[in-house]
Design a protein. Structure first.
Length: 199
């Protein structure tokens, strides 16, 4: 016998499938949503649909944005010769919060992981290579995580790019192994950036 109605079970299932939400949290959220007014629920549903419909990848850096070119890439004051390569938009946001990095970014949306079957063509590497061919980039700062996947990705990009004569650096490993960049405080991020080494 099911404890809850089929509709509630379905909602709990959907919520529990989201990252970082266990079964208990999913139940709590589901009951919260059922307790909300119909107008609030509609607003929440519309917000989700609108975000999905309107958010796109920046044509230049592949960050998520509402416009064709994101505000960072559009900003004329950014240093266009330096590009920091990160795994996801959250890492970009972490470096933006420091307010000290003046270059541009490239968001890979993942990292190479032979174990999980994620190859170079599954992340946005092709777009990076395209930028390197056409843009005035002099230095690539690889800021992928210090996990096995992040290191593998860093080495792969370095091998790919260095023959083109572009300087490739890696942020210092003051960043805890396996740590997500978004969870690291700003001082540590800046130290990692300043202490970057040649690859
Ligand atoms: Zn952009």
């Amino acid at each position: 016998m099911d404890l809850y109605s089929g509709y509630i079970n379905k909602l709990i299932e959907e919520l529990a499938a989201l990252p970082g939400i266990g079964n208990k949290s999913a139940q709590r959220l589901a009951f919260h949503i059922i307790g909300m007014s119909p107008a609030r629920v509609n607003h929440l549903a519309d917000t989700i649909k609108n975000a999905k419909e309107h958010v796109m990848f920046c044509k230049v850096c592949q960050n998520l944005t509402d416009e064709e070119i994101c505000p960072v890439c559009k900003n004329p004051n950014r240093d266009r010769t330096t590009v920091m390569v990160v795994e996801n938009p959250r890492d970009l946001a972490a470096y933006e919060r420091t307010g000290r990095y003046q270059g541009l970014y490239h968001v890979l949306h993942g990292a190479i992981s032979p174990m999980l079957g994620v190859g170079p063509s599954d992340i946005r590497l092709k777009e990076l290579m395209e930028r390197l061919r056409n843009d005035e980039i002099k230095e690539l700062i690889i800021a992928t995580n210090s996990s096995l996947e992040g290191e593998t990705t860093a080495m792969y990009i370095s091998k790919l790019v260095k023959p083109a004569g572009i300087r490739v650096t890696r942020i210092a490993s003051g960043v805890p192994v396996g740590g997500d960049l978004e969870n690291i405080d700003e001082m540590t991020l800046l130290r990692a950036l300043e202490g970057r080494t040649e690859l």
